[in-house]
Write a protein that binds this ligand. Structure first.
Ligand code: ADP
Length: 441
């Protein structure tokens, strides 16, 4: 709907034309008068267009020039539009300022990186924790400033194309500013191929974690000797043939059983704290996994005893794995012994050791009781058991799968658990291609 000023403008033009055409016809020069009218009218519009252009080029805050008719409306509308934009800009700037103030006040270092990992912006904590300098480091590649090889590797592993795939665990590094400060770094892809780098000071947390680890390690260590003494005496008493010992036969057997259980827990705790103390990836030596698994199979047959589980072994003898044999032995035997413990008599247990395009894999499948889906994500937590009573009666410590997880971490591996209640379970250890080896001919 055209505004009222447009109607006025049409009227104005109409009357002007009518008057000029009438005057032209009176003096006998209609066309000349029509031409003059068109020129004057166009000239007036051009003049106003020129004023508009000048005004737009000038300081935006100045009032619009006065103009009659339709041009008054045009000037006014431009003026309103500018005012509205200015208001919106002020609001956005205030919001941005508030956002920057809050990120600046954050104790975590925050760095905004572009698609090529060049620094676009960082907060004050980034100067203090990462040693970045404002404004010199703006536009620099972050890996040129944080030159730690682990960080460079971490950047290379980032999935650029699909930010939602970002499942890369945070990286722990010492601060380039102060070797005493331990940082946890996280790269978060967002928006249009941009990345947010967050670094948090975890020195205090790390110290507490260390105290906890030392405590568990020390307690386990201290318990070892008294338990060995107890076991020794219990065995001697059980073996002696006097009447007193005979009377105590059952309590002595129970005491021996519980002491053995405590010894197992202490041994598992010690192994776990040893694994935790060195969280780095272990290079190790080429391990003949098939041979190792045959040993474990012999032990598993002893554990199975009268239950007579049926074992199947599908092992690639030529496939080797780069790693620590002792650690792999405890991880694999935990999985195999669990299969024996949680599979009823005469059940089937299959051990597989094979390689494919993704890497090397060890899997244990059983036809046992299976595990309900909601338990699966928590199985590798320490002391997490589906049925505590059942686990204890089977001699379980609740630490087996936690050990497996740690050993696999040290070998860049991953544990997959698939299970269906009353059908059985499959525990698979996946190792990367880089760990795969072959027996020399
Ligand atoms: P535990 O010493 O109790 O066996 P683990 O950490 O080895 O401790 O295992 C944790 C729990 O996972 C077990 O208590 C058991 O409930 C469940 N689990 C492990 N392996 C199997 C399996 N093969 N079949 C069924 N349940 C299993």
């Amino acid at each position: 709907m055209p505004s009222a000023s447009w109607y006025t403008e049409f009227w104005r033009l109409g009357i002007l034309l009518a008057v000029m055409l009438l005057a032209g016809s009176l003096v006998g020069h209609t066309l000349l008068f029509a031409g003059i009218t068109a020129m004057v009218y166009t000239g007036w519009h051009l003049w106003n267009l020129y004023r508009l252009d000048r005004w737009l080029l000038q300081d935006k805050k100045s009032e619009p020039p006065d103009a009659p008719g339709i041009w008054g409306d045009v000037f006014y509308r431009f003026y309103r539009l500018q005012q509205r934009n200015r208001k919106r800009k002020r609001k956005l700037t205030a919001m941005l300022k508030r956002f920057q103030e809050s990120t600046t006040a954050m104790p975590d270092a925050t760095v905004v990186l572009d698609a090529d990992y060049r620094i676009e912006w960082f907060n004050r904590a980034a100067q203090h924790l990462l040693g970045l300098q404002h404004p010199d480091d703006i536009g620099q590649y972050i890996h040129n400033l944080l030159r730690h090889p682990q960080f460079v590797e971490y950047i290379k592993r980032q999935p650029q194309a699909h930010p939602e795939d970002s499942s890369e665990a945070p990286l722990s590094l010492t601060s380039p500013r102060d070797g005493q400060i331990l940082l946890r770094l996280h790269l978060i892809p967002y928006a249009n191929r941009q990345t947010l780098l967050i670094a948090r000071d975890i020195t205090h947390l790390q110290r507490l974690e260390q105290i906890r680890r030392d405590f568990v390690g020390n307690v386990s260590h201290e318990l070892r000797t008294p338990l060995t003494v107890l076991t020794g005496f219990l065995e001697t008493m059980a073996d002696s043939d006097d009447t007193c010992s005979r009377q105590w036969q059952r309590p002595l057997a129970l005491m021996a059983q519980q002491t053995a259980r405590m010894q197992n827990i202490v041994n598992d705790l010690l192994l776990l704290s040893k694994l935790e103390a060195d969280n780095s990836h272990s290079d190790g030596e080429p391990v003949e996994v098939a041979r190792l698994l045959r040993h474990i199979h012999e032990e598993a047959k002893l554990l199975s005893g009268e239950q007579q589980h049926r074992f199947h072994l599908l092992l690639d003898d030529n496939l080797l794995l780069q790693g620590e044999e002792a650690e792999l032995r405890s991880a694999f035997s935990n999985l195999v012994f669990n299969a024996v413990r949680y599979t009823p008599a005469h059940g089937e247990i299959c051990l597989r050791w094979y390689a494919d395009d993704a890497g090397a894999h060890f899997s244990v499948s059983d036809t046992g009781e299976g595990i309900a889906e909601h338990h699966i994500p928590r199985l590798t937590e320490r002391f997490y058991r589906v049925d505590v009573g059942r686990s204890r009666s089977q001699g379980g410590t609740g630490l087996g799968l936690a050990i497996v997880k740690h050993v696999l971490n040290r070998h860049q591996g991953n544990l997959r658990i698939e299970s269906k209640l009353s059908e059985g379970s499959t525990f698979t250890c996946d190792f990367p291609l880089t760990r795969k080896g072959e027996r020399p001919l």
